[in-house]
Design a protein around this ligand. Structure first.
Ligand SMILES: [Zn+2]
Length: 68
């Protein structure tokens, strides 16, 4: 069992296996804390372990993604 290094919550499988594609090290951050750094890092995610609740920022809502 792993806990978030930032806020100490227990990590789920998806969060536990998220690691840097650069260093190969696990982030050990929950999705909430990781959302703060996800734009600055390149992570190797286990998509197969991902579920809807792990999507903090990415949304499938149409109409909100045409700002670029
Ligand atoms: Zn956290």
């Amino acid at each position: 069992m792993s806990r978030c290094r930032a806020c100490d919550v227990i990590l789920n499988d998806y969060e536990m296996t998220r690691k840097s594609s650069v260093t190969g090290e696990y982030y050990d951050l929950c999705s909430h804390c990781f959302s703060y750094i996800r734009h600055d890092v390149h992570s190797k995610e286990r998509i197969d372990l991902k579920d809807i609740s792990d999507d903090v920022e990415e949304s499938d809502d149409e109409g909100l993604t045409d700002w670029k």
